[in-house]
Design a protein around this ligand. Structure first.
Ligand code: A4P
Ligand code: MG
Length: 185
């Protein structure tokens, strides 16, 4: 039987935190503004969330827009450990997107910052506001490549091969996020 975890309530009465941290992978993307500075600020903001550590950050990639227009993206993936619940983390990530000036004129519009929850521990979530694993991650080199840098054993070689034709290029090793993540690299 699964252990029952102590929970912490929010001012609104919802559960926002549990005792044991979950391993979470967050996809970061930006194709407007000072993209690298925005991604670094986002990592710093994630590291300051309650009960949250940024454990590792992937290398930084440039990528041509997939199913979208506009300038090339910068993309990366961060591995977090957090005691926040999935919904509380989603809300916190959306607040970080907003503070980076995110606008949503239409689906897949160019954006200053996009933060997507890829995996949240081994949870499978289907709510009106949150789907985990992220439903489009397996189709996207800009997610799979940096994810494979962090956890190669969890990214299927055939899936990587299937997206190999998508335009993606390495821009910087893990040093681009120096000072934000823990000491894993
Ligand atoms: N939502 C549901 N599940 C999740 C989740 N796992 N993580 C909901 C985050 N949000 C999730 O997202 C719309 C709604 O999805 C949210 O309100 C949340 O409740 P959004 O970021 O506001 O809008 P969006 O951009 O239209 O959706 P999304 O899911 O971010 O788009 P995609 O599918 O991720 O595509 N090409 C390159 N090269 N690099 C990119 O980063 N990104 C996209 C965005 C398209 N093409 C790209 C890139
Ligand atoms: Mg998003």
């Amino acid at each position: 039987m699964a252990a029952v975890q102590p929970m912490v309530g929010s001012a609104e009465g919802g559960v926002v935190s549990v005792a044991a941290p979950s391993a979470v992978f967050v996809g970061l993307g930006a194709n407007l503004g000072d993209r690298e500075a925005t991604l670094r600020s986002a990592l710093q903001a994630m590291a300051q969330l309650p009960g949250t550590r940024v454990e590792r950050v992937s290398p930084l990639y440039g990528s041509a827009p997939v199913d979208a227009g506009g300038p090339d993206y910068l993309n990366a993936v961060a591995a977090l450990a957090t005691t926040l619940t999935p919904q509380a983390l989603l809300q916190a990530l959306q607040a970080i997107e907003q503070s980076a000036g995110r606008e949503r004129p239409y689906r897949n519009a160019p954006r200053t910052l996009d933060l997507d929850i890829l995996w949240f521990g081994d949870q499978v979530i289907h709510t009106p506001t949150l789907t985990v694993p992220h439903p489009r991650m397996a189709e996207r080199a800009f997610v799979l490549r940096p994810l494979a840098d962090l956890v190669p054993e969890r990214v299927d070689a055939a899936c990587l091969q299937a997206v190999a034709s998508q335009g993606i290029y390495l821009l910087a090793g893990t040093g681009w996020a120096e000072g934000v993540a823990g000491d894993c690299f």
